[in-house]
Design a binder for this molecule. Structure first.
Ligand SMILES: [Zn+2]
Ligand SMILES: [Zn+2]
Length: 345
């Protein structure tokens, strides 16, 4: 008989207040190919994009692609079993997995080290393989080593929030004293502040939430500005406090934020959009550049783990038991999570 495991399963897209995730005993994943490892999950971060998926906001984008699913796409855990051909890991090693659970390894993107753009990738948390659960299997090629010294609640958020932040900051072409605005300070934004600081940028944090701005200040943002739906007021405030920005990075999935970010940069400046976002107004003659990013590659991920370890980056996280996934997502929706929540099975 197949062994069972606990998982928070999504069978129907619904507002989180209706508690759509149900604690369910599902078949424990088993190693199916010789290159796979079985991971006992120690922690899974609760990402904001997961909330959008669960509530059906991103249905038109094909997220989630099927139901039922077990959400959760940034995990860290221990290898408890390895397939016959596994060479990179042994039982007892600690690993993390990003949303990128697997890609084809054959297409142009994969061959160029841009596997996060592969057309036929599998995403963790968009099938029954997800992090809001006890075990998951992964190909050894898509698991990333995590130092034994890193706590689970520290390491897990690196695997989506951390790598997304890192990639976006890199895309903003950071350099010393460059004035970079970070729009949206949550799980991802609080990491981005630190990556931008490491590049000696002058970081301006923007959020509508006071609590998040406090976090931003603590992490070294040189100025924090409250986001205002009234765009003119916001831009006036920005100009008074710091002047127009050299670059802006958008993590808040709202078109008004993207639009405001574009208007917040100088002519010739650069906007990085690291979330879903439509561009409403784009004036070619201002010579601005708009660039999109999606998570990051495995090489980026390795860099994030290395940098976090070496520079002792802060991961602001709070722990909750797996069973409280609905409640945690509701808190996230109501901006009651300081930066990142993690679920512990
Ligand atoms: Zn995520
Ligand atoms: Zn591919």
């Amino acid at each position: 008989m197949t062994e069972k495991m606990r998982a928070m399963v999504l069978t129907k897209l619904a507002p989180i207040e209706e508690k759509p995730l149900k604690l369910t005993e599902i078949d424990k994943h088993e190693i199916k190919r010789p290159i796979e490892i079985l991971i006992k999950i120690e922690a899974c971060g609760v990402c904001h994009s997961q909330l959008h998926g669960i509530e059906g906001d991103w249905k038109d984008l094909g997220i989630p692609p099927e139901l039922p699913t077990v959400p959760g796409h940034e995990i860290v855990g221990k290898v408890v079993e390895i397939g016959d051909d596994v060479t990179k890991f042994k039982v007892g090693d600690r690993v993390g997995v990003m949303p990128l659970l697997e890609s084809c390894m054959k297409c142009q993107y994969c061959l160029e080290g841009k596997e996060n753009l592969c057309e036929s990738m599998d995403v963790l948390g968009e099938s029954l393989k997800g992090g809001y659960s006890e075990y998951v299997t992964a190909s050894e090629d898509f698991a990333i080593k995590v130092p034994d010294t890193m706590k689970p609640e520290y390491a897990a958020p690196l695997f989506c929030a951390g790598v997304t932040a890192y990639k976006a900051v890199k895309a903003s072409e950071p350099s010393k004293n460059k004035k970079v605005g970070i729009f949206g300070i949550g799980g991802v934004g609080h990491m981005a502040i630190q990556f931008a600081k490491l590049e000696e940028c002058n970081v301006i944090a923007v959020s509508r939430n006071q609590k998040h701005l406090e976090v931003a200040k603590k992490l070294g943002a040189s100025e924090v500005i409250t986001f205002n739906q009234d765009q003119e007021k916001f831009l006036e405030d920005l100009k008074n406090k710091v002047g127009l920005l050299d670059a802006a990075i958008v993590f808040a999935p709202a078109d008004i934020v993207t639009d405001t970010a574009i208007k917040s940069i100088k002519k010739g400046g650069l906007v990085v959009i690291a979330t879903v976002g439509k561009i409403q107004n784009f004036v070619a003659f201002e010579e601005k550049t708009i660039r999109g990013t999606l998570i990051g590659s495995r090489e980026d991920m390795k860099e994030v783990v290395r940098i976090a370890d070496e520079h002792n980056l802060s991961v602001v996280s709070e722990k909750y038991p797996l069973e409280q996934a609905n409640e945690v997502l509701e808190k996230l929706k109501n901006s009651e999570i300081e930066a990142r929540a993690v679920l512990i099975p």
